[in-house]
Design a protein around this ligand. Structure first.
Ligand code: FMN
Length: 352
């Protein structure tokens, strides 16, 4: 039994999750993560209400049953539009609808949603109420601890209080402010200081709500520490860059067997998935980019990554390539955090 000793009550469905990440957590990425963990909650990239109501719904919403539990994250602010999109989420079979109140990009601000919604808790409450009236799914909110230079705890406390009155029971809190001017979205994930203690304080103040902490959480001991204070931990960049870490989560945090005993087994299942897509006419490189960190920390990881990133091979079937691919070995095993790891992080760029 490896659950933290003071884990309160039954295991929350929000105990561990991989963060919504635009361009990254598409359905292929989520399928890959499911090969590593069955219990961790997964989130889609943010989809705007406009894109859903006026765009290609199948492209934005289709997913595989294998991905459950999976939440759809919406970007929007108009209650009627949010309600219509929540209905779509329910029709498609998602397990949750999450409203983005944390994205600081200028494009999102022009649309008057994302982090700037933290200045309008009554509007967020109306949106939550409209969605709850429209569907039976849990309606959750992901937000920051403040915007611009508002550092007061009262600000986030009042936001959560107002939105909770509208029926939201789950809050995912990225523990830093969003600075709406002068920083790119990427800088806004690193520059404003992390203040995890404010999120712990929210849980103390609202013990009946499910409070999930997010932001800068990297290793499993850190996750275990936060679980002593809040109901759940959401991990973003670390989960994406170091996916093998996910293989230990079911055992450690859910007291359940891991679906992934060996990296080879995950690699084979992943290549089989890409092969099926390739046979259906989908370029396998779109999916493979999400898995390039699989062997990080093992000797030969770099050669493996380079092999699978080689654009000249993109017409070749993944199953054929798999037979030729280098096999990262364990004999010369390199410990995590040493050269193989560092190289991988330097070569994977974040979109801004
Ligand atoms: C490439 C990228 C795209 C992101 N896209 C979204 C998004 O669509 N919706 C959202 O709520 N947060 C988005 N985020 C923020 C993450 O969900 C998360 O809050 C942030 O990265 C902090 O967590 P971390 O330090 O564990 O990565 C994105 C982050 C990254 C790195």
């Amino acid at each position: 039994m490896s659950l933290p000793p003071s884990a309160p009550g039954p295991v929350s469905p929000w105990r561990l999750s991989v963060a919504p990440m635009l361009d990254w957590t598409d359905r292929h990425c989520r399928h890959f993560h499911r090969l590593l963990t069955r219990h961790t909650r997964l989130y889609t990239e943010m989809v705007t209400t406009g894109a859903l109501l006026h765009g290609d719904q199948h492209r934005h919403l289709d997913f595989d049953d294998f991905e459950h539990p999976v939440a759809l994250q919406l970007g929007g602010s108009e209650p009627a539009d949010l309600a219509a999109c929540a209905k779509l989420a329910q029709r498609w079979g998602y397990d949750e609808v999450n409203l983005n109140c944390g994205c600081p990009s200028e494009r999102v601000q022009r649309g008057a949603f994302g982090a700037c919604l933290m200045a309008e808790p009554a509007l967020v409450a109306d949106g939550v109420k409209a969605m709850r009236d429209a569907v039976d799914l849990p309606v959750t909110v992901k937000h920051r601890i403040g915007i611009d230079r508002i550092e007061r705890y009262d600000f986030v406390r009042d936001f959560v209080g107002t939105v909770a009155e509208a029926g939201c029971e789950v809050f995912i809190v990225h523990a830093r402010n969003a600075w709406l001017q002068g920083l790119s979205p990427k800088e806004n994930r690193d520059v404003p200081p992390l203040r995890h203690e404010l999120v712990h304080q929210l849980k103390r103040e609202f013990p009946h709500l499910t409070i999930v902490i997010n932001g800068g959480i990297r290793d499993d001991d850190e996750i275990a520490h936060h679980l002593l204070h809040v109901d759940g931990v959401m991990v973003g960049r670390q989960a994406y860059h170091e996916p093998w870490q996910l293989a230990g989560w079911d055992t450690r945090f859910f007291d359940a067997p891991s679906p992934a005993a060996e990296r080879e087994q995950v690699e084979s299942a992943w290549i089989a998935y890409l092969q099926r897509g390739h046979e259906a006419g989908r370029p396998w490189t779109q999916g493979m980019r999400h898995a390039l960190g699989l062997w990080n920390g093992v000797a030969g990881a770099r050669a493996w990554r380079q092999f699978w990133s080689d654009a000249r091979q993109r017409e070749v079937a993944p199953a054929t390539l798999h037979a030729r691919a280098p096999r990262p070995g364990t004999r010369l095993g390199v410990a995590p955090g040493t050269q193989a790891n560092t190289l991988s992080q330097a070569t994977m760029q974040e979109p801004v």
